[in-house]
Design a protein around this ligand. Structure first.
Ligand SMILES: [Cu+2]
Length: 262
């Protein structure tokens, strides 16, 4: 393991969770920049205070300064303000760039034929998860689809493939969060929200609810399995067959999916 600040934090058990995603670095870089500039500004302010205390002590008499134009003090204050504006502007720019080009750019998963689409119905206190199966059609109250895969609190996705999630809630606001992939979005009753991510490595990762959604909020902990693509497709086929075995054309309540939102 290369010696870096994140790896050192990992050993100490502090800092961000391991980034297992293709684009998480964009978020981490913005955070690192923010923390470094915060630390630098804090350092400068502390240095100034320590210097003033040591240099002047109790002997110094306060001087009132109105900050007249052209004075050295005003120039210094203007320079500091410009640096702060520059840092904040840089942060705003890189955050917006990452969001618009990647995280909120749903044209990326939409234009990839391999993208795995998942619908999630959050409720107190579990995640109902639905995959469309081989026919790529989600079961809706208006349309039966016999091979949908429905699972609880566990997600399976292929590595190096976009995963596009649309989700809603049937009771209160829940928050769907995948810390290892640096994405999260709220599940809100009456509306469908979405996120997408791409796993860069296989493994098992946690996801959870980030809104305190009631007494048993803690139960909304789930596992995300990232599999090699071939293994994922095997899983998909096997689960699709299981879905067909349990399919009941009369059971409209089981068809809680919706037409995929473009
Ligand atoms: Cu919740």
């Amino acid at each position: 393991m290369a010696l870096s600040l994140p790896s050192l934090f990992g050993v100490l058990g502090i800092g961000l969770p391991h980034d297992a995603s293709k684009h998480g670095k964009l978020i981490d870089d913005v955070l690192a920049f923010s923390h470094l500039t915060d630390a630098a500004m804090l350092g400068l302010v502390l240095l100034g205070i320590v210097f003033a205390v040591l240099r002047y002590g109790r002997k110094h008499t306060a001087i009132y300064d109105k900050g007249e134009a052209g004075t050295q003090k005003l120039r210094t204050v203007t320079l500091v303000a410009l640096v702060v504006l520059g840092v904040d502007g840089g942060l705003l720019y890189s955050s917006e760039k990452g969001l618009r080009e990647i995280f909120w750019n749903f044209a990326i998963p939409a234009s990839n034929l391999d993208t795995v689409r998942i619908e999630i119905n959050a409720h107190q206190w579990a995640w109902d998860i639905r995959y469309a199966g081989a026919d790529r059609q989600f079961a809706t109250p208006a349309r039966a689809s016999s091979d949908d895969i429905v699972v609880w609190n566990e997600l399976w996705v292929p590595v190096n493939t976009p995963v596009h999630v649309q989700l809603t809630s049937t009771d209160v606001v829940h928050g769907f969060s995948l810390p290892n992939f640096r994405v999260k979005v709220d599940a809100v009753p009456g509306t469908v929200n979405q996120l997408w991510f791409e796993a860069a490595e296989t493994g098992v990762f946690e996801f959870g609810c980030t809104q305190h959604c009631g007494t048993n909020h803690y139960k909304m902990r789930g596992l995300l399995h990232v599999l090699p693509a071939a293994e994922f497709h095997e899983w998909e086929k096997r689960m699709g067959r299981l879905g067909e075995l349990g399919f009941d054309a009369e059971d409209v309540n089981a068809r809680w999916g919706w037409d995929w939102k473009p």
